[in-house]
Design a protein around this ligand. Sequence first.
Ligand SMILES: [Fe+2]
Ligand SMILES: [Fe+2]
Length: 182
Amino acid sequence: MSDTFDLTRLGPPHFALDELADYIVDRHHRYVQGASPAIRQALSLAVDHWGAAHAPLLAVQALFDELADELDSHMAKEEHILFPAIRDLVEARRRHRPSMPAAFATLLYPIRAMESEHARARQLVAELQRETEHYAAPPVADDAGRDCYRQLARFDADLDTHIHLENDILFPKALDLEQHAA
Ligand SMILES: [Fe+2]
Ligand SMILES: [Fe+2]
């Protein structure tokens, strides 16, 4: 899987949106699913080893737990409900069928729901940035602790790209395709 998606392929009529949805799942959802348990485990070890000497670490652990739990259910909704509907819409347009065979009349409401979950995830990330002072491991951290903070920084950067691809490209272009290409 390439590290970037060639956005020039998304020009009208947006038929590559199904490939973008696949790319987001393969590149970003799978990354979150692999990194979340690893970071949870690293945070738990850090709390055991030097958490008593660094009070904010417990808040970092609680924030990451909440973020990982929310992303888990969020990505399941995208993978099982919204993205299949976007793929169906692209396929319908490709075959010049006028309407999408989806469970809902418009993509607007599931997209708005996902955007509001993105806003919540970004709030949690902002709190994580504050509590970790932008992922600067404290002097008391051991090697594993420093690595844990690096993993948190990478998780933050990946989520930023992931949400950008959905909020700013996939979702508006899917709505555009729904409204204008019948
Ligand atoms: Fe996603
Ligand atoms: Fe999302």
